[in-house]
Write a protein that binds this ligand. Structure first.
Ligand code: PLP
Length: 467
C-alpha cells in the first residue's frame, strides 16, 4: 500500500510541497527508520531528528505498544470543560512532581505545540483580567523565534519570511513587540564577556518595556534553547536569570517555550526542563509550554504548565479557565504520554540522551572545526545539537539563501543514510543555514559515533561541491 502511494505521481496532501508525495516513512525501529522515495526503499537510515525532534523513545517501541493497547481499552474520552478525567490529572501530577519543587502547580494538555502557545497566550490575558489589570496586553518575544504555525503563535514568532503575512498577524509594533535574539555566535561583541552581552540584551529589553509603558506589558516569551529558528543557540551566561529578574521588577509574566527543547531533551539526569540548566528553582518560568517528546510521536500531545503565581490569581478570581478545546486533556493521549514518561524516567533516558548528545557535540567540534570546511559553529545542549554553515569561518558570512545549503546538506545526509533537519539561511544574512540533530533518547554510543561519521562525510561532500 505504501509503495503504491509513493510511486503515484500525484499527492493528495495539502502540506509541505504539494505537487508530489516526496519521501515517505515505511517503517522504523529504535533510532532506525526506513524511507521510500521515488519507488526505492532506503532501509535502516539513522534517524537523528526523530520526525521534528519528537521521538524520545524511538520508533516501534514494544512497551509503548502495550501502553497504547491498555490505554485504548481503559480510557474513556471526556470533554474537560464539562467532565474531567484521571489520566490528565495523573500526567499533570507526574510533570509537576518531576520538576523542581514549587515550580509548577497546574497543567493544561492540548494537541500541538502551536495550540499550547495559543492557550498560554489566552491564559496570560485572563491572568491580568483576573487581577483587574486589563491594560496588560503586550507580549515581547524575540526576533528569530518560532512558536508555531497558528496565527497567534506566528504573531509572537519572527523570521524574515513571516513579514509577508502581515497584517494578518497582530501588529508587530503594537501588541506583539520584538526584542533582539540572544545569538552569541554572531552578535556577541569580541570585547564583551557573555555576561556583558546578556546585560546589553536585557538592558535593551528594559528600555523597550519602559518605552512601551510597563503597565501595558503582559509577558516576555523566549525559547529556552531556540530550535528551528536559530539552531540550538544556548542562552548566553546569565541571560535567562536577568530576564527573570526584569519580569519580577515590572510585574511581567516570564514565559518559556520548551516545546522543542523540553520534556527531557536537554535537561540531563532525570530533568524534564531545559531551563534547569540555567535557572534556580525559584526562578522557574511563570508559564511554560511543552510538546513533542512528551508523546514521542505516538500520540499528539502538548501542554501548558503554570506556576503558583498564575494558578493563585485564578483561584482568587473566577476559578475557571476561559475556553477549552474538544480534545483538551484527551484521556487516551494523556495515558500514553504518562506511560512513555514513566519509562523514560525508569530507564534514565534523559541522562542517556544528555550524555550522547554531549558526545556528538564534542566529536563534531573536534572533527569539523579543526578542518577547512563549511561548518562555522557547533552548538547545543544535551540531546539537541546543531551546526551552522558559513561561506567563511572568519567573517561568518552566511551562504546566499538561493544556494539552498540547508536543504542540500539534508539531501547529502540522506544519501549517506542519515536523517537530519536542514534549515535555510536568513535572506538578510543574519543567520546561516543550519542542520539540526535531535536523536531519540535511547541512542547508544555507537549510534552517536555513526551519526557523527555520516554527518562529517556529508559536510565534506557539500564543501567540495560549494567551492
Ligand atoms: N514552539 C517551538 C519552540 C517549536 O519548535 C514548535 C515546533 O517546532 C512549536 C512551538 C510548534 O509546535 P507544533 O509544531 O507541535 O505545533
Amino acid at each position: 500500500m505504501t509503495a503504491a502511494a509513493a510511486s503515484d505521481s500525484k499527492s493528495y496532501i495539502f502540506q509541505g510541497i504539494i505537487d508530489k508525495p516526496g519521501a515517505q516513512v515505511v517503517g522504523g525501529k529504535g533510532v532506525l527508520i526506513d524511507i521510500e522515495r521515488d519507488g526505492k526503499v532506503y532501509p535502516n537510515m539513522i534517524d537523528a531528528i526523530g520526525g521534528a525532534a519528537v521521538a524520545s523513545l524511538g520508533w516501534d517501541d514494544e512497551e509503548v505498544q502495550d501502553i497504547i493497547a491498555k490505554a485504548a481499552t481503559e480510557t474513556t474520552y471526556s470533554y474537560p470543560t464539562l467532565i474531567a478525567n484521571k489520566e490528565a490529572e495523573r500526567l499533570a501530577q507526574f510533570y509537576i512532581e518531576n520538576s523542581p519543587k514549587g515550580a509548577f502547580s497546574a497543567a493544561l494538555w492540548c494537541t500541538s505545540g502551536s495550540e499550547s502557545n495559543e492557550n498560554a497566550l489566552r491564559i496570560v490575558r485572563q491572568y491580568y483580567l483576573e487581577r483587574g489589570l486589563p491594560n496588560k496586553v503586550k507580549i515581547i518575544s524575540r526576533e528569530s523565534s518560532y512558536h508555531g504555525f497558528t496565527l497567534g503563535a506566528q504573531a509572537i514568532s519572527w523570521n524574515p519570511r513571516i513579514d509577508k503575512f502581515e497584517p494578518y498577524l497582530f501588529g508587530r509594533n503594537t501588541i506583539c513587540l520584538k526584542m533582539p535574539c540572544a545569538y552569541t555566535y554572531r552578535f556577541k561583541n569580541k570585547s564583551e564577556t557573555e555576561e556583558q552581552y546578556s546585560q546589553r540584551l536585557v538592558d535593551q529589553v528594559e528600555k523597550m518595556v519602559l518605552d512601551n509603558d510597563p503597565d501595558t506589558v503582559a509577558a516576555i516569551i523566549v525559547e529556552t534553547l531556540p530550535g528551528s529558528s536559530l539552531g540550538t543557540t544556548p542562552p548566553p551566561k546569565g541571560y535567562l536569570k536577568m530576564l527573570r529578574a526584569l519580569c519580577n521588577k515590572y510585574d511581567i509574566i516570564f514565559y518559556l517555550d520548551e516545546v522543542m527543547c523540553g520534556t527531557g531533551r536537554c535537561g540531563g539526569d532525570g530533568k524534564l526542563n531545559c531551563w534547569e540548566n540555567f535557572l534556580d528553582p525559584d526562578e522557574a518560568p511563570d508559564i511554560q509550554t511543552v510538546g513533542k517528546t512528551l508523546g514521542s510521536g505516538y500520540v499528539t500531545i502538548a501542554g501548558v504548565l503554570v506556576g503558583p503565581k498564575i494558578k493563585d490569581a485564578f483561584m482568587n478570581g473566577s476559578k475557571a479557565i476561559f475556553g477549552g478545546h474538544t480534545y483538551s486533556c484527551h484521556a487516551f493521549n494523556c495515558a500514553v504520554a504518562l506511560g512513555i514518561q514513566e519509562k523514560i524516567k525508569r530507564e534514565n533516558y534523559t541522562g542517556n540522551v544528555f550524555e550522547k548528545g554531549t558526545l556528538i557535540n564534542k566529536l563534531l567540534t573536534d572533527k569539523l572545526l579543526s578542518e577547512d570546511n563549511i561548518a562555522g559553529d557547533v552548538r547545543g545542549v544535551g540531546g539537541f545539537q546543531s551546526v551552522e554553515f558559513v561561506k567563511d569561518r572568519v567573517t561568518k558570512e552566511a551562504f546566499d539563501t538561493s544556494l539552498n545549503v540547508g536543504a542540500r546538506f539534508k539531501e547529502k545526509c540522506f544519501l549517506n543514510g542519515l536523517v537530519v533537519m536542514g534549515m535555510p539561511s536568513n535572506p538578510d544574512g543574519s543567520c546561516g543555514d543550519r542542520a539540526l540533530l535531535a536523536p531519540s533518547f535511547v541512542l547508544t554510543e555507537d549510534d552517536a559515533e555513526a551519526i557523527v561519521e555520516k554527518f562529517v562525510k556529508s559536510v565534506n561532500e557539500l564543501t567540495d561541491e560549494l567551492r
